[in-house]
Write a protein that binds this ligand. Structure first.
Ligand SMILES: [Zn+2]
Length: 409
């Protein structure tokens, strides 16, 4: 690798600022942008992403307005969220980049984002999947599409539209489609990267839909949900983890961090050091349908999450028709399920109100057959459902649902 050693602190600050703004404008992107490691790299010309790193040319990045920089980050995250870095296959690299860019930029533009100059964007492709756009562009190619550039780029120029590459090996930032490239996932990591991104994305979309009222752009989460096809199978464990991280992160972020001074530049999310799980409450329905094996699996996952946040405690409570054994606990959790009567969810939510507790989030393990509070709480709720109704999401008046399933590995 002939990476020129660069470090541009102005660009780095700008990147952090853009990242924070993105998280505030579209909370959906919060748990996704933090997956990408920013790396300054002149050779990339503008910016590019491979699912692990977001490479950017600091000089070019500094020419963007703050709004354009935010949009660039959203653009690169969307490439990964949509699996563009793992599903190119044998398709021509340059044309694949163009096809994917149409798909993403149309959506970003429609929701009020300010795209960097010269975006690839033909509105006729609105709503088309990238593969279909690719096929359409491919057909229009005169001959020898891509001019041999389709061998997987490794961070350098990709070949270019005829005449737009001055021949110094660096892409011309002013040529359409040259910014915000999608690079193939690092060799060997494709499968893992695809499933990690899928799980994270579905978790993020669910959370964004739940927090619609908080976002500045409500329709955006729905369009993204459509685009990502929410009906992919995703592990309940991933959703649980994302739910907790986002509840802590986004709240911390949205409510405490950005003050009247504006956006400070020195914060990354999730900054786990010092972040605690305080405010996370776990409720368990003990009316009878949750068996020991399920309880054990659930407990293991909660403890796994707690390990990521040292010295943290969660609130733990058991409830059938009444509350039992309310405690604050650190890992390992001491589960003392108590109950066996009818099912009522209201005592849990009433308890917080009566005790003036503001949970960051509530995780409720249940079969959902019980009485719900009339008023939705103002904090996020995740229903982890075992042996519940077939469409649990239609059954709850608020919060999001995920079905707890046993491992098949
Ligand atoms: Zn792109």
């Amino acid at each position: 690798m002939s990476d020129k050693k660069v470090f541009n602190s102005k660009a780095e600050k700008k990147y952090k600022r853009a990242k924070r703004s993105l998280m505030i404008l579209h909370p959906f992107f919060g748990p996704l942008i933090v997956r990408l490691k920013p790396i300054q790299k002149v050779e990339v010309g503008t910016a590019g992403v491979d699912g692990e790193s977001l490479f950017y040319n600091p000089e070019w990045f500094n020419t963007l307005s703050d709004q354009e920089a935010v949009c660039l980050l959203a653009h690169e995250v969307m490439h990964c969220a949509l699996g563009h870095h793992t599903r190119r296959g044998k398709k021509d690299n340059k044309l694949w980049n163009i096809a994917c860019d149409h798909a993403i930029n149309i959506l970003l533009d429609a929701h009020g984002n300010i795209l960097p100059p010269n975006p690839v964007m033909d509105k006729k492709y609105d709503g088309w999947p990238s593969e279909k756009i690719y096929a359409d562009i491919y057909e229009d190619q005169p001959q020898n599409p891509g001019g041999g550039a389709g061998n997987g780029m490794s961070g350098s120029g990709t070949g270019n539209s005829p005449g737009s590459n001055p021949g110094n090996g660096q892409p011309d930032p002013n040529a359409p489609g040259q910014w915000g490239q999608i690079l193939d996932a690092p060799k060997g990591s494709e499968k893992e990267s695809a499933s990690d991104w899928e799980a994270a994305t579905i978790g993020a979309v669910k959370i964004a839909q739940m927090q619609k009222s908080k976002g500045t752009n409500p329709g955006f989460a729905d369009r993204l949900a459509d685009m990502f096809g929410l009906y992919h199978k995703v592990s309940w464990k991933e959703v649980l983890k994302n739910f907790v991280q986002t509840s802590i992160g986004v709240d911390d972020f949205t409510w405490k961090r950005p003050g009247r001074r504006g956006l400070s530049e020195d914060l990354y999310l999730p900054h786990r050091e010092g972040v605690k799980l305080d405010g996370v409450w776990v409720a368990i329905d003990t009316s009878g349908s949750i068996d020991d094996k399920t309880l054990q699996m659930f407990k293991t996952e909660i403890e796994g999450i707690m390990e990521m946040f040292p010295n943290s405690e969660v609130g733990l409570m058991f409830c059938d028709a009444r509350l039992h054994n309310i405690s604050m606990q650190s890992a390992p959790l001491d589960f003392k399920p108590k109950g066996g009567g009818g099912t009522d969810f209201r005592p849990v939510f009433n308890y917080f109100e009566e005790q003036y507790i503001n949970p960051k989030c509530v995780i409720y393990l249940t079969d959902l057959y019980g009485s719900f509070p009339e008023e939705p709480p103002f904090y996020p709720t995740l229903w982890v459902v075992k042996d519940g109704p077939s469409k649990p999401e239609d059954h709850v008046p608020f919060g999001i649902t995920i079905v707890l399933e046993e491992d098949d590995d």
